[in-house]
Design a protein around this ligand. Structure first.
Ligand code: COA
Length: 433
């Protein structure tokens, strides 16, 4: 059988330049999260962009600034952000890159229900196995749904992409074009951790019980928490992003996945972001399953784990606990991602805990990130009815089950001491004290 698949493979193999003939004017091209973006295909699209009209590239967290991300050629090919990253943030803030608000968990259903219309998929993929399957292991996310809806699926097959377990496989019969590349998968290092991040990490780790199952979000503080969990026992992983922090916890024996009551013994994730070591670890590892994001981030499924802990960062919190995690006022900065999915999952989990973490100030201590009201135009990511623990370097405020007044008091108590006076005055004006 594998001979037949090899023959089909050779028939579908083409250059990245030729693969662009499978794209039509007006198409929507769906690209996976982060390192799942296929560099040869997106470079070829960039080079030929002037020959197209009205083509959209939709993606969460693009990492490279490809040539098509260019205000001068948006009529030809333009980016649509599901979550801004460094490559697309300037375009979002200047107004020539639009964004699509959504919960990460719901993107597959939006694709299946044609609220997001997908014509073409461009994705990195592992080499084909003997049964004719490729693994979309770096970004399984919404891409599996896109594969099922697209007119043309074009894979960039790279021997450095791991073949993983889980629902992340695409059969050669679904593929319109195969392009080969062999450059190393992009590495994303762990961020620098300073004393503020460390202090926040300590407050969080102090109340994480042995046997908890973790979701680790995106940003410096979630990573700082992970680095302080090495003395814990029997932790489990049910997350959206697998990174090097989780790998370190596994190596030191803190993660065993034994106490998970949903998929015991297994870690689940929907995209990867890390080092070559992480990508090698993922390869045919029975302990890890990569699944679509409507599975990993489904709050009801994740909540089947008792003691589910979610750790996510924010930019600004008001005195009710409403979190703006993705914009400065109306100006977009990142996106919603899976933050709300996992806050809700932790709230539903027996003895679960959701942590929203942030330094108490920004801009060299000149502004407080705990504020009486969010900046005008701010995008509310986690709402007041969902939020639970908010943590700064000054402590931890538990908000669920607390009244508006109790919340204001608890949040002022973890604000930077220089701002507590003015926050208390504002709270009195708002009749919160
Ligand atoms: N006012 C002005 N500037 C602010 C600010 C505020 N209220 N809050 C933060 N900033 C600045 C910081 O000083 C920093 O500036 P610098 O880059 O010049 O140092 C920058 O904004 C980023 O803030 P920081 O706290 O370092 O962000 P981070 O890299 O740790 O990421 C989020 C934090 C919130 C942006 C990121 O976690 C996110 O996008 N979350 C939403 C989605 C999510 O949680 N998904 C979950 C799983 S992926």
């Amino acid at each position: 059988m594998s001979d037949i698949y090899q023959r089909i493979y050779q028939r579908k193999r083409m250059s990245a330049t030729d693969a662009m003939s499978l794209v039509e004017n007006g198409d929507f091209i769906c690209v996976p999260t982060g390192v799942g973006e296929p560099p040869a295909l997106l470079t070829a699209l960039s080079e030929q962009r002037q020959t197209f009209h009205g083509v959209t590239v939709g993606q969460i967290l693009p990492l490279r600034k490809f040539g098509y991300i260019d205000p001068a050629t948006v009529d030809h090919v333009h980016h649509l952000s599901f979550f801004y990253g460094g490559a697309t943030r300037p375009g979002g803030q200047e107004g020539w890159i639009d964004y699509l608000p959504s919960y990460f968990s719901e993107m597959p259903s939006m694709i299946m229900n044609r609220q997001i219309r997908v014509d073409v998929v461009f994705s990195m993929a592992s080499p084909m196995d003997e049964h004719g399957y490729f693994a979309l292991s770096l970004g399984t996310d919404y891409t599996m749904a896109a594969v099922s809806m697209a007119r043309a699926v074009i894979l960039e097959v790279n021997p450095n992409v791991p073949f993983t377990n889980g629902n992340c496989h695409v059969h050669i019969s679904h593929i319109a074009g195969l392009v080969e590349s062999d450059e190393a998968v992009l590495e994303v290092g762990l961020p620098q951790i300073g004393p503020v991040q460390e202090a926040i990490g300590e407050y969080v780790t102090d109340i994480i019980d042995d046997g908890s199952t973790l979701q680790i979000g995106y940003g410096a503080i979630p990573d700082a928490v992970v680095m302080q969990l090495s003395h814990k026992h029997d932790l489990g992983i049910h997350t959206e992003m697998i990174g090097d922090g989780i790998l370190k916890l596994l190596e030191c024996g803190a993660v065993t996945n034994r106490k998970k009551n949903y998929l015991p013994g297994k870690m689940v994730a929907t995209f990867a972001l890390g080092s070559q070591k992480l990508y090698r670890f993922m390869h045919r590892n029975p302990m890890l399953e990569m699944h679509p994001v409507d599975y990993t981030n489904d709050p009801y499924l994740a909540a089947r784990n008792d003691k589910l802990v979610s750790i996510n960062a924010t930019l600004q919190v008001d005195l009710l606990g409403q979190c703006c995690s993705e914009s400065f006022g109306p100006q977009p900065y990142s996106g919603t991602g899976g933050q709300v999915d996992f806050v809700r999952a932790a709230n539903r989990s027996r003895d679960g805990k959701s942590f929203i973490v942030l330094p108490s100030t920004a801009k060299g201590d000149s502004i407080s990130r705990i504020v009486p009201a969010l900046s005008p135009g701010a995008h509310v990511t986690t709402g007041k009815n969902d939020v639970n623990y908010v943590v700064t370097e000054y402590g931890l405020a538990e908000l669920r089950g607390k009244t508006a007044r109790q919340r204001a008091q608890a949040l002022i108590g973890i604000a930077h001491p220089d701002f507590r006076g003015e926050l208390s005055e504002a709270a009195r004006r708002l009749k919160l004290m």
